[in-house]
Ligand binder design. Sequence first.
Ligand SMILES: [Zn+2]
Length: 325
Amino acid sequence: MKFLSNWLHIIRNCSFDNTYKVAWAKAITESALEYVSENERQVVVEISLTSIAQKVIRYYWEQTLFFDLKQSGNPNKPPVIVSVVKELTASYQAKTGSFKPIKWFTANVENLCKHEYDKAIKEIVKALKADVSYRFLRIEGKEIVGIYEYQQKADCLYIAADNLKQLKEHSLIVFDAINYRWTQMLENFNHSPRISKKIKIIDEDNVRRKPLSKFISYLNAENPTHSCFLCGYSIVGETPAIDHVIPWSYLYSDDLWNLVYAHQSCNSSKSNVIPSEDMIKRLEDRNSELLNLLQTSGIKDKHVSELAMAIENNYVKKFWIACQG
Ligand SMILES: [Zn+2]
């Protein structure tokens, strides 16, 4: 557990100039959640700075686009990564004509603004190399050893598989520590309320929920007998609740791929709990089954194509990992 306590020590003590280090820590912790050991003998895992940049861009995209949170003390000289993300946002808004806040995964920036996105990732990698990668390990001039190996200017870092496993196992505590530190930093630069909620993108004030009844006919196609997704028993003598498997407060939208039937009581006792890995697996299976049924019956509309896109792009897994942070 030496690794874990060192990791938390770094987070607790990282400097207050800007939020790069907490973003870096969050991206590596997320990488740990994605990590599946290829074989028992794998000792060291390579993490590319590009894959870290692809996560970091999302954090800044959502914090900036939803809440316009400032990430450093000098408003005239924002951190490079923030400027890069703002430029990308402007390209995206120009291309789509929409100024509504939108979650990164559903915005599809990588494809709609491919050129600008690739450029943004390169610039973020450059900033991470120069300002974060090796400095992250230094606290008050001393390097904390045994965290990961990084050669200055390299494109990858190397981390022990055992360290990643520890991060994965304790990811909720680690994410809480990171978000708490991030909140403390942003409170220095921002005066808007409920910053800790905004860091996790769970501010609900300005987003109105819409009725879910339009999804009933689709859900019935796969689940005509109304069995409860949460407990597995049939729903009898009451109107089924429509449950968001990935909490609505994280996703901000109603999507067929994330909606299931549940007992009213199962639904309300669950509220914003992060779903288990087993539930995620079952949701993925349900979605394939549902898409199959809808396509076989010749239904072609917005919801069906969104469902297909969600399966193709692995939304369930991606949002599940992201909502834990
Ligand atoms: Zn139930």
